[in-house]
Design a protein around this ligand. Structure first.
Ligand SMILES: [Zn+2]
Length: 141
C-alpha cells in the first residue's frame, strides 16, 4: 500500500481541484476521486470539482484515526475530540453518501462538535435500533 497522505500538505483556506489535490498530496487523481466517493465533501455542481483544503484535512484525519481505533456500535467519530463519541440524544441525521453507504451526522455529547460516521446501507436497520435516524434527502452536509 502507498503511504498516507499528509493532511498538512494542503492549505485549509484554499480550494483544490482533483489534480491540484492529487499533486499536493502526492496521490493519483483516481485516489482523490475515490475519497470523494468515500465521503470527502466536494463541490460537484460544476466542473472541475472543487474541494476545500479544510475538508481534505478533516477527511484524512478522520480516515486515519478510524483505522487506529474502531468505533463502538453506538458511537460516531467526533472531528474535534478525534475520538468515538455518542451523539446528543442518540439523534443523527442520515445523508446519502454513495449508493452503497450513508453518512450519519450528530452532535458530540462531549464537546458539541460535529460527529459523523459512514455506514453501509445494508446495516442501516441495525443502526436504527441504536440511533434516532432522521433522513435528509439533501446530501449536502
Ligand atoms: Zn467531541
Amino acid at each position: 500500500m502507498s503511504k498516507r497522505a499528509n493532511p498538512m500538505a494542503v492549505k485549509a483556506a484554499l480550494t483544490y481541484d482533483i489534480f491540484e489535490a492529487a499533486k499536493a498530496l502526492d496521490k493519483s487523481p483516481a485516489t482523490i476521486r475515490n475519497w470523494i466517493k468515500d465521503g470527502l465533501p466536494a463541490m460537484t455542481s460544476s466542473k472541475p470539482y472543487l474541494i476545500s483544503g479544510a475538508d481534505i484535512r478533516d477527511y484524512l484525519r478522520a480516515k486515519y484515526q478510524a483505522s487506529k481505533s474502531p468505533l463502538a456500535p453506538d458511537e460516531l467519530r467526533c472531528l474535534s475530540c478525534r475520538a468515538g463519541r455518542r451523539p446528543v440524544d442518540m439523534s443523527v441525521v442520515a445523508y446519502l453518501n454513495t449508493p452503497q453507504t450513508t453518512r450519519l451526522h450528530g452532535v458530540c455529547v462531549r464537546c458539541g462538535g460535529r460527529a459523523s460516521r459512514i455506514i453501509s446501507n445494508a446495516k442501516r436497520d441495525e443502526f436504527a435500533q441504536t440511533f434516532q435516524i432522521k433522513s435528509n434527502a439533501n446530501s449536502d452536509a
